[in-house]
Design a protein around this ligand. Structure first.
Ligand SMILES: [Zn+2]
Length: 283
């Protein structure tokens, strides 16, 4: 079937002790995508740390998503499957992320997948947006999503004005966007899912990494506000990894219009399986 997917029984690399283990479940993986994934793993790993524990992953093939391999292993921290497969044709949904399992101890993801639409990949490569898209999707996979912050009661508001309410994200937003007089921190208000929205509000945040849009030429900076969210959901955070970023008021013409959106790129319909860490001797 697909590379190391299908019915293969997966085995973690012995002694895996990192924050994010990526396994590809389609082939071929273009070297440019592999480089973008490695860059994102390195950057997120420098920015975030959390010992989530070890999890017994035991499930038949395709339990969470169609090309998911059969699992039978004990895995440390996050296992993230990445694939390049046809999704919805060129030009629509560029990529999406789903979280299959979260830890019952702290609601952080321990099993997830990112799918890059194979029919959009050539254009993402050609116009320089692939790195931003991979960083963005990995942010969702690490916990920038309502499957993590809703159980922690860290979002509020109706569909007109949803906000993330974590203290550190709010404090960082106040430092970099003092001009904004509304409730903070504003989540996207155009999707209709209210406080379950997985993105910062585009009209306020512009080209920040975790807005639901990515334009050609966007730098997609990883802000201290996004890192504040990750501290609020339970990670230890190194704020020095953040890129320079200020929340700039939206005056006419100073924003690039997003060429394509990422607005439906986190699957919020199916609840994740909740799993508990296991105790492993002599780890
Ligand atoms: Zn997204």
């Amino acid at each position: 079937m697909f590379g190391c997917g299908g019915d293969a029984v997966t085995t973690p690399p012995s002694g895996f002790d990192g924050q994010i283990e990526v396994r590809y479940v389609s082939s071929p993986i273009p070297p440019e995508l592999d480089a973008a994934v490695k860059f994102a793993v390195d950057k997120w790993t420098r920015a975030l740390y959390k010992n989530l524990g070890d999890f017994r992953l035991q499930s038949p093939a395709a339990q969470c998503f169609s090309h998911e391999p059969k699992l039978n292993e004990v895995h440390h921290n996050l296992l993230l499957f990445v694939s390049v497969l046809p999704d919805d044709g060129p030009g629509n949904e560029l990529a999406y992320t789903d979280v299959c399992q979260i830890s019952g101890r702290d609601q952080l993801p321990v099993l997830g997948q990112i799918l890059i639409d194979s029919e959009d990949l050539p254009r993402l490569l050609a116009d320089g947006r692939l790195q931003g898209v991979v960083m963005h999707e990995m942010g969702h996979a690490l916990g920038f999503n309502p499957k993590t912050y809703t159980p922690k009661n860290l979002s509020a508001g109706g569909s007109n004005d949803p906000v993330f309410t974590g203290a550190k994200a709010r404090a960082e937003f106040a430092l970099h966007g003092a001009w904004y007089t509304g409730a903070t921190v504003p989540l996207e208000d155009l999707s209709g899912v209210g406080p379950r929205d997985p993105h910062w509000r585009y009209r306020v945040f512009g080209d920040e990494l975790m807005v639901g849009a990515i334009a050609v030429g966007a730098k997609s900076p990883l802000s201290t506000i996004t890192l504040g969210l990750f501290q609020d959901i339970g990670y230890d955070v190194d704020f020095s990894v953040a890129d320079p970023y200020e929340v700039v008021p939206l005056f006419g013409g100073n924003r690039v219009v997003p060429e394509q959106t990422l607005k439906n790129d986190f699957r919020i319909t199916k609840p994740p399986e909740v799993v508990s860490p296991v105790v492993i001797e002599a780890r």
